[in-house]
Ligand binder design. Structure first.
Ligand code: ZN
Length: 483
């Protein structure tokens, strides 16, 4: 049997043990737990995030003057995300996702989990390192061409870094000899890093070589059942985009190298989009131009409507696969007559990092990011006065306000940041706040010192600035939806 721990690590481990460091560490950990007096547990109330401490390496750096940086920025979302310290380029098509981005990503993942589990999806996690054997069996090893990132292990065996997992999940299900029709539909999904050897990565997170995707695979008893599953996933996708406040068009699409008989793309209409769509002005018909003759101007569905061309960013893709993979890998179940039957399959993708960037692309202005409210990294930014200004003492009110928000509105816990960079003017900090795109910015200034304190609240979505009492403020923020 192979040792679980590589030899080098076990050597290090032994050396540490000899020095009894590990022992001491674990003791120290215990002691701390036991001896910390109850009173100091006040420290467990999480302090507000301080803007001065947020890790945003470019720290709202203005790249406007730097022509080299400017040339690298091929679209609005990339420019905004890089300027605000949300992403940092690594190698072509690969990025560091910085803490603020990860907060937003985690919210998006929670939202996707809710919608996928709401239709019976079960989350799993499959290896990114995929054996070539499976891909050769499905004949996609050659079909995928140069897009597939390939590598060899030390034994000379071929692998690829998975861009999609039809082969893997179908073998997994095929290994379960006892799968019964009673357990179907079976919907398995994962949210993991995917890899694609893009010839020309561009547009930041919109077209990268390494990205996050949600991929779900369905197994059904019949073609009819598979179509019902297909429909329920499409509805879940529409709910998801509605909750994000994004307009999404479902268009007929080509099945490409995934294969199968029926396919749709979910597109966010956007100028920067690389897909060309034809949308009927009269009925619900819409299609990717790849799927219909490009000189068609009349709608093939209602025949009276005119097709209008627009551009879109593909954020989701659904495929009805039939038995394409299940027959190759023998993914069977026992049917009601207790006979072995081949499962009907579908597969359903959502570009997680791409949704994030596409949302920023379509919602934002050149001056600042607008997030879908639900997945904004932080909901509220509190701005105290500048140090040394004549309303300097309102700084205390600002801190108290942050505390009150956390105490009174549990759904905003961890969602409030305090812009403690009080050496800067309020105006400068407001500019940064609008670049980063907090849905609500609260300025604690002169008004907070009045007998009935008032706060200046900037609501990003409406663009309005309102002056509210504490109760008014709490009433407003109570309605903020979080996930
Ligand atoms: Zn039509």
């Amino acid at each position: 049997m192979e040792p679980l721990m590589p030899r080098v690590w076990s050597r290090v481990f032994r050396r540490l043990q000899r020095a009894s460091l590990l022992l001491r560490w674990s003791h120290a950990g215990c002691a701390e737990h036991v001896t910390v007096p109850a009173s100091s547990h006040r420290g467990h109330v999480r302090p507000a995030a301080l803007v001065s401490r947020l890790y945003q390496p470019s720290n709202l750096r203005d790249v406007g003057q730097d022509s080299r940086l400017q040339a690298e920025m091929t679209c609005k979302s990339q420019r905004l995300m890089q300027q605000a310290g949300l992403i940092h380029p690594s190698s072509p098509g690969c990025y560091f996702y910085l803490p603020v981005t990860v907060r937003s990503m985690e919210k998006l993942v929670r939202l996707i989990d809710q919608e996928m589990q709401g239709i019976g999806g079960q989350k799993l996690d499959m290896p990114s390192l995929c054996s070539a054997e499976l891909w050769k069996t499905s004949e996609r090893w050659d079909l995928m061409g140069k897009e597939l990132l390939r590598l060899k292990d030390r034994h000379g065996l071929d692998y690829c870094l998975g861009p999609t997992h039809e082969e893997a999940v179908t073998t997994l299900v095929a290994h379960q000899a006892t799968l019964s029709y009673r357990q179907l539909p079976l919907l398995l999904y994962q949210i993991t890093r995917k890899f694609r050897d893009e010839p020309k990565p561009k547009f930041g997170l919109l077209r990268g070589r390494e990205f996050y995707m949600k991929d779900m695979y369905s197994f059904d008893v019949s073609e009819e059942a598979a179509h019902q599953t297909y429909e329920s996933v499409c509805q879940a996708y529409h709910r998801l985009f509605t909750r994000l406040g994004l307009r999404c068009v479902q268009v007929q699409a080509d099945t490409g190298n995934i294969g199968g008989k029926l396919s749709h793309e979910f597109q966010l209409p956007a100028e920067i989009g690389e897909d060309r769509l034809l949308v009927c002005g009269n009925c619900s018909f819409s299609a990717n131009v790849e799927t219909i003759s490009s000189d068609t101007t009349h709608c093939p569905q209602c025949s009276t409507g005119t097709l209008v061309e627009s551009k879109g960013i593909e954020v989701g893709h659904t495929f009805y696969l039939g038995k394409k993979y299940s027959s190759i890998f023998n993914a069977t179940f026992s049917n009601a007559q207790n006979k072995s039957s081949i499962a009907e399959m579908g597969c359903f993708g959502l570009g997680v990092t791409r949704i994030l960037a596409a949302a920023i692309e379509v919602l934002s202005t050149e001056e600042g990011i607008h997030w879908p409210g639900l997945i904004a990294p932080y909901q509220v930014c509190v701005v105290p006065p500048k140090k040394g200004s004549k309303v300097d003492e309102a700084a205390l009110q600002a801190e108290q306000l942050v505390h009150t928000l956390g105490e009174t509105l549990p759904h905003l816990r961890g969602e409030v940041v305090l812009d403690d960079r009080t050496q800067m003017t309020i105006g400068k900090r407001l500019k940064d706040a609008s670049r980063l795109g907090y849905p609500y910015v609260i300025v604690v200034g002169q008004g907070a010192l009045e007998e009935t304190p008032r706060y200046e609240v900037i609501c990003q979505q409406t663009g309005e600035t309102v002056f509210l009492s504490k109760d008014g403020l709490l009433g407003l923020l109570e309605k903020v939806e979080t996930i």
